[in-house]
Every structure is written in C-alpha cells, then in structure tokens.
Ligand binder design. Structure first.
Ligand code: ADE
Length: 228
C-alpha cells in the first residue's frame, strides 16, 4: 500500500511511522508513506495557502489551488483508490472502515487546518471523509496518524499470530475481554481460575461472556449495531 499524506505541518505526523508495529510494516515494505508539504504548492512566494472565508466569519480556509496542484501531481503518477479528507464534520472512523481501507493499493489523505478547506476541494477530489471523533483538533494531522495506524496494522502480514487483529476490540462489534499475565496472584489480586484451567473451550466461552458484559456496560450502542 502507498499512503500519500498532504499536510500543512507534515512534521507533526512523522514519528508514529518510526516505532513499533507501524515501523515494522514500513521496514517490510508492506506500506510506503510519503508526506507532502502543502506549502510547496503555495499560490505566492510567501507560502500563501489560505485566505479569509467569503461571507465573513472567523478563521482562515485552505485554498483550492495548492490542494489541486498537489493532488493533480500525485494523480499524474498513479491512480488512487481513495482520496480521504480528515475533518470533524464526517462519519466517524470505526473498525469496519479501517478493515475496508486496509485492502486499498493507493490512498491520499488530505488533512485540514484552520476553518477547513474550500468546499470545492471536497466536491472535486474527495472520495471519502473521515472524522476520528466528536471533538475538534487544531489540525487533521493527528487524525491522519490515527487513521494510518488503524489501517496499517490490518494489512496482511503486518501483525504476526501473537498480535492477531482477529481478537481486537470491535472486530465483531464487541469490546475485548480482560487480559492478565504473570504473576497469577499479585498481593492477593488473583487471576480468574478459569484462565489457569487449561480448558480452552471454557476459556473461549468465558472470554466471550466477558466481552459481552463489558460491551453492554461500557458501549451498549455496539450491541445494537450487531443486530443490524
Ligand atoms: N480535524 C480536526 N478535528 C478532526 C477530527 N475530530 N477528526 C478528523 N479530522 C479532524
């Protein structure tokens, strides 16, 4: 997979790709990530990429021209499965979106700033808009990093058996059950006997019950989703 990230502050998102599972995916060539500084496509020599909004109102808006130049340059080199815009006024990222995107070949992620991007960018180029939650970040860079992490770890070959995504929270609309490791007794706080029993059928059943219990307590909305 190739991911091209367009940002006003690309430096903000580089470090998540330099650690842990995501770095391993990059090192194994399972994903290639390129960062594009929107200011390189500025409309003047002073690096102008934004302007006041028509009709008045606080906050600057990213102009269409720099975005058009950057996306058009990328599109002249390859075709993209999705051109994604990170913005709070969009459907919220969930595991099924991450699953879908993990099979794409080429993705562009445009991150907004200030008041957002001229609507004509969204109309002309964007194939999918994603929010990472009902709150507003100062820019879309961190949101893009979240999306990339969620997607990259699902690319086949990125996770080994020991970290399989199949048992993650949300894969079946359930939160993950509790997990424990050594010691089995820490200052009187004991690991549930069932996990030490060696009876894997019973352990699976227990984990499922715990997942349902946790989900109904913390995120009952997910159980309703399962009915759909
Ligand atoms: N940009 C600013 N806030 C955001 C959010 N919640 N999700 C995605 N992009 C954003």
């Amino acid at each position: 997979m190739q991911i091209d990230i367009i940002a006003v502050h690309p430096e903000l998102i580089k470090s998540p790709f330099e650690y842990s599972i995501i770095k391993r995916a990059v090192d194994k060539n399972l994903v290639e990530v390129h960062f594009h500084d929107l200011r390189k496509y500025a409309v003047n020599k002073y690096g102008k990429i934004d302007d006041y909004q028509f009709g008045g109102g606080a906050g600057m808006v990213l102009m269409i021209e720099p975005v058009d130049k950057c996306i058009s340059e990328l599109q002249s080199q390859r075709s993209y499965d999705e051109i994604i815009y990170m913005t709070p006024d969009a459907p919220t990222l969930d595991q099924s979106m991450a699953n879908q995107l993990s099979s794409a070949e080429n993705i562009i992620i445009l991150t907004g700033h200030y008041k957002g991007v001229d609507q004509r960018v969204r109309d002309k180029f964007i194939t999918r808009e994603i929010s990472i939650g009902d709150y507003v970040l100062s820019g879309g860079e961190l949101a893009a990093a979240v999306l990339c992490d969620a997607v990259i770890r699902l690319i086949p070959g990125v996770l080994g058996d020991e970290t399989s995504a199949l048992t993650d929270s949300f894969q079946d609309n359930l939160l993950a059950p509790p997990v424990y490791t050594r010691p089995s007794d820490y200052q009187g706080m004991k690991v549930p006997d069932i996990l030490l029993s060696g009876n894997f059928k019973k352990i699976d059943d227990w984990r499922y019950e715990q997942a349902v219990k946790r989900t109904s307590e913390i995120r009952p909305d997910l159980l309703k989703k399962e009915d759909n």
